[in-house]
Design a protein around this ligand. Structure first.
Ligand code: NAD
Ligand code: UDP
Length: 327
C-alpha cells in the first residue's frame, strides 16, 4: 500500500507546508484530490516552494505560527505537523523558539485534532536517538541525547512533542501517529539550508571547496523526498493506529566522505575538501531499521542515493540562485 490512493475529498492541514518537505506533501495531497490548508510562518519556508500551488482551487495558504495558532474555521479531517526548522544552523539560530515550536506548536495542533476529531501525523526525527549507541536504530531504542547541548532545543523539543502525542493518544483525545524521519533531501532545499546534501551540491556548483565537518567518517542514511512523502501519507492512511512511533528513512548508510565523493563525481570540476571541527553532539552513525514501516504500511524507499542526488543536482543547477551558503 502506498498511502497515496485517491479517496473521498478530505480537508487537510499541513503545518510547515511551505517548507522543503511540507511543500512536496501539499503537492501530493492536492494530487489525490484533497483540499489543503498550508499553515506556515515562513521562518525557513519560502513562498516560491508553494508558488505553483497558490492558484490551485483547493489550496489555501494561512500565514501564521503554530505557537499562537490562528483561527481555522474549516472542519479538518487530517493534520500533518511539519512546522519546525530542521537544519541544525537554522534550529540553533533561535533555540528557545525551536523548543517552543516543538512543544507549544504540537500541543496546539493536538488540541485542534481533538476539536475536529482529525487524525494527526507528527513529524518527529531520528534526532530523538541522539548520538546513538545502538545501530541501526529501531523504534524501541530510547536514545542517547545530551539534554544540555546545542542540539537539545530540537532533540528534546521533538522528544517532548512525542510525549505529548502519546499522552493525547493514551487519553483517547486524538488519533495521532508519530513518524521518526531520518535525513531527507531533494529539490526545494534552500541553498542556505546548511545541511550536508544541499551544502555539498551548492558548493560544487559554485566551484567552491566542499566542507567536511570532522574527518568525514560519520555516517547518515539519506532518503529522497518523494519516498518520505509516500511514507507520511501511508502512516496517515493506516486504519489501525500503530500506537508506537514509526521510522521513515532510507537504510542505505554512507559516510560523509562517500557522499562528498558522489557529489564530486556528479559535478566535476571541484573536488577539494576543507575540514573543520565536528559540531558538538554530532551523531557518529545513523541508519534506520524500517521493518516496522515495512510491516505496517508496506513502505520502503524506491529512490537510491545516486538517482536522488542526480535529480537534486539537476534541480539546484536549474533553479537555485539563493542567498549565501551557511557552512
Ligand atoms: P523546513 O525548515 O524546510 O520546513 C519547516 C517549515 O516549518 C518551514 O516552512 C517553516 O517556515 C515552518 N515553521 C517553522 N516554525 C514554524 C512555526 N512556529 N509556525 C509555523 N510554521 C513554522 O524543514 P523540513 O526539512 O521540510 O522539515 C519538516 C519537518 O520534518 C520538521 O518538523 C522537521 O523536524 C522534520 N524532519 C525533517 C527531516 C529532514 O531530513 N528533512 C528529518 C527529520 C525530521
Ligand atoms: N556536515 C558536513 N559538512 C557540511 C554540513 C554537514 O560535514 O557542510 C556533516 C554534519 O556535521 C553531520 C552530517 O554532515 O555529521 C549531516 O549533517 P546534517 O546537518 O545534514 O544533518 P544532521 O546532522 O542533522 O543529521
Amino acid at each position: 500500500m502506498s498511502g497515496l490512493e485517491r479517496t473521498e475529498p478530505k480537508t487537510i492541514l499541513v503545518a510547515g507546508g511551505a517548507g522543503f518537505l511540507g511543500s512536496h506533501l501539499c503537492e501530493t495531497l492536492l494530487g489525490i484530490g484533497a483540499k489543503v490548508l498550508c499553515l506556515d510562518s515562513f521562518q525557513t519556508g519560502r513562498r516560491q516552494n508553494i508558488a505553483a500551488l497558490e492558484n490551485h482551487p483547493k489550496f489555501k495558504l494561512i500565514e501564521g505560527d503554530v505557537r499562537s495558532l490562528p483561527m481555522i474555521n474549516e472542519r479538518l479531517d487530517e493534520i500533518y505537523n511539519l512546522a519546525c526548522p530542521a537544519s541544525p544552523p537554522h534550529y540553533q539560530a533561535d533555540p528557545i523558539g525551536t523548543m517552543m515550536t516543538c512543544v507549544l506548536g504540537t500541543k496546539n495542533l493536538l488540541y485542534l485534532a481533538e476539536a475536529n476529531g482529525a487524525r494527526l501525523v507528527q513529524a518527529s526525527t531520528s534526532e530523538v536517538y541522539g548520538d546513538p549507541d545502538v545501530h541501526p536504530q529501531r523504534e524501541d531504542y530510547v536514545g542517547h541525547v545530551n539534554c544540555t547541548g546545542p542540539r537539545a532545543c530540537y532533540d528534546e523539543g521533538k522528544r517532548a512533542a512525542e510525549a505529548l502525542c502519546f499522552d493525547y493518544l493514551r487519553l483517547g483525545k486524538a488519533n495521532v501517529r508519530v513518524a521518526r524521519i531520518f535525513n531527507t533531501y531533494g529539490p526545494r532545499m534552500r541553498a542556505d539550508d546548511g545541511r550536508i546534501v544541499s551544502n555539498l551540491i551548492v558548493q560544487a556548483l559554485a566551484g567552491q571547496a566542499l566542507t567536511i565537518y570532522g574527518d568525514g567518517t560519520q555516517t547518515r542514511s539519506f532518503c529522497f523526498v518523494s519516498d518520505l512523502v509516500a511514507g507520511l501519507c501511508g502512516l496517515m492512511a493506516l486504519q489501525l493506529n500503530p500506537e508506537a512511533p514509526v521510522n521513515l528513512g532510507n537504510p542505505g548508510e554512507f559516510t560523509i566522505a562517500e557522499l562528498a565523493e558522489k557529489v564530486s563525481q556528479l559535478i566535476p570540476g571541484q573536488s577539494r575538501l576543507v575540514y573543520s571541527p565536528l559540531p558538538a553532539d554530532d551523531p557518529k552513525r545513523r541508519r534506520p531499521d524500517i521493518s516496522r514501516a515495512e510491516e505496517l504500511i508496506g513502505w520502503h524507499p524506491r529512490i537510491a542515493l545516486d538517482e536522488g542526488l542526480m535529480r537534486t543536482v539537476e534541480w539546484f543547477a536549474q533553479t537555485a540562485k539563493g542567498p549565501a551558503l551557511v557552512a
